[in-house]
Write a protein that binds this ligand. Structure first.
Ligand SMILES: [Zn+2]
Length: 480
């Protein structure tokens, strides 16, 4: 998923040099040993961290750029690693090498509750190699940083989850729920050959209580301040991708008329772009702002329930605006073949992202009303309802406890609403509580590399993130 656009919200100054000097990043990440039971306490995390780094490096070397995807090689790589641990896998082929994988570690003595799913996607977005300092598919580890496309989105988390499966097995941790590892194809192109295919072919892998997936990272700095904030994403915005088709009267460009298809299209786009964008607080964003206020990141005197305050906050910041309004971005205009020919038709693509609670059909009807032009037809080309998971489950407090234990008392968990979408919607549709939770601590510079250039993850972050996620999953799996 795409995290570009976060930067303005966090208004980060570039603290990186300072961070390195003070070794803040290292102290921010240093895990503590509190809260482990005997079986988990024997884990040598330094060794596991090195193992995870080597695996991530190898995984990055498998080019799964989507399009075209070619996830089969990635799935086979994961299958072989799981097999080494004595874990069986199932591969799901949606055709043309679009392969997903699952592996189930069964509860000992029968499951007392539904599974916990560790979800990731195998595919990555394309690169512009000329802008990279290092070959994006080299998986190079330079000065304890693993470089390459997918390091953050999301092969890094895929490896964290695979290591967790391996550790549960190696240390014979007695689970009361099945643990299900799922790595899917085609997330970056909407999941038609991934989760959408699997929902029809193998609905049994969606039968779960809890899911961990991408959708929220941790932050080493926030709003210009050092921080130890770990995001937990119970929901995300829903995509509603539209094609606007205009029709008109063709003709010679030397004799202009009012029924030019391109004119209809441009006017329609101007109308929908100029629509009123009223901010609305959804439960996760309200909880996020309340958390930030309680931690002193937002002034105490600001009344978040006040419409004007909200308007002021959101007008100053593109990220906050994106997570408090239904948005649209015009992403393509196509029409015309020759400078002296008025075309009979033209098209535009518009990427709309809707807040939880906004009805897509009503949203499109509103756009139609604003356009008010019979020459324009709106076609919905893709959309799904992202669904919403609860923040009011034992999982929220468990995550908070583990984060504090591992990162220190000054660390805290913050609910987040992702402006992008993930595969979590598929699990929410089946009734699971699915969360964005990638507990690696990033700077604004790190975040900008996701879908961008020079994507990378430090070895320390990979190790710390694995340890935090492992401990959350271990407690969730053993304490039903
Ligand atoms: Zn992703």
């Amino acid at each position: 998923m795409c995290y570009r656009g976060l930067t303005p919200f966090f208004r980060f100054r570039s603290f990186l040099a300072e961070l390195r000097e003070t070794r803040w990043e290292k102290s921010c990440l240093r895990p503590r040993l509190a809260g482990m039971d005997n079986s988990a306490a024997t884990i040598d995390w330094a060794e596991i961290t090195q193992e995870a780094a080597a695996l991530l490096s190898d995984y990055i070397k498998i080019n799964t750029t989507n399009p075209p995807g070619g996830e089969e090689a990635g799935a086979v790589f994961l299958r072989d690693l799981l097999a080494r641990e004595g874990l069986d896998s199932t591969l799901y082929d949606a055709g043309n090498g679009r392969v997903s994988i699952s592996s189930r570690l069964e509860a000992s003595g029968g499951a007392a509750a539904k599974p916990v799913v560790l979800l990731s996607h195998i595919d990555v977005v394309p690169v512009e190699p000329e802008h990279w300092k290092i070959d994006p598919f080299s998986g190079a580890i330079v000065e304890d940083v693993i470089w390459g496309r997918g390091a953050l989105d999301m092969k890094g988390m895929g490896i964290m989850e695979l290591i967790i499966m391996a550790l549960m097995k190696r240390h014979r941790i007695e689970l009361k729920r099945d643990l299900l590892f799922v790595a899917v194809a085609d997330e970056e192109e909407g999941g038609i050959k991934g989760v959408h295919h699997l929902m029809k072919s193998n609905p049994e892998i969606f039968d779960a209580d809890f899911v961990f997936n991408e959708g929220a990272y941790g932050f080493c700095e926030f709003m210009g301040r050092r921080a130890k904030i770990v995001g937990l994403g119970p929901s995300e915005k829903s995509p509603c991708w539209l094609k606007l088709k205009s029709s008109g009267r063709p003709g010679h460009a030397s004799v202009p008329h009012d029924s030019n298809a391109l004119l209809h299209l441009v006017q329609a786009l101007a109308r929908i772009e100029a629509r009123e964008k009223r901010a609305r607080l959804t439960a996760p964003v309200e909880a996020m702002l309340r958390t930030l206020k309680s931690k002193g990141f937002i002034p105490e005197e600001l009344d978040l329930a006040d419409e004007q305050t909200l308007a002021m906050l959101t007008s100053a910041d593109t990220h906050l605006r994106a997570i408090t309004t239904d948005t649209l971005s015009i992403t393509g205009i196509h029409g015309g073949s020759k400078i002296n020919v008025i075309p009979a038709g033209a098209e535009a693509t518009v990427d709309c992202r809707l807040l939880p609670g906004t009805d897509a059909d009503e949203f499109v009807a509103e756009l139609n009303e604003l356009i008010d032009d019979p020459a324009i037809e709106i076609e919905k080309i893709y959309g799904h309802d992202a669904g919403e998971s609860s923040m009011d489950t034992p999982l929220s407090s468990l995550v908070s406890t583990v984060v504090r234990e591992k990162l220190g008392e000054d660390a805290f968990v913050m609910p987040m609403l992702s402006p992008g979408f993930t595969d979590s919607h598929a699990y929410r549709r089946f009734g699971a509580q699915a969360y964005g939770f990638t507990p690696v601590m990033l700077t604004s510079e790190d975040l900008a590399t996701i879908h961008g250039h020079n994507e990378r993850l430090s070895v320390a972050n990979l190790g710390s993130g694995t340890e935090i996620l492992f401990e959350v999953v271990r407690r969730l799996g053993t304490q039903v």
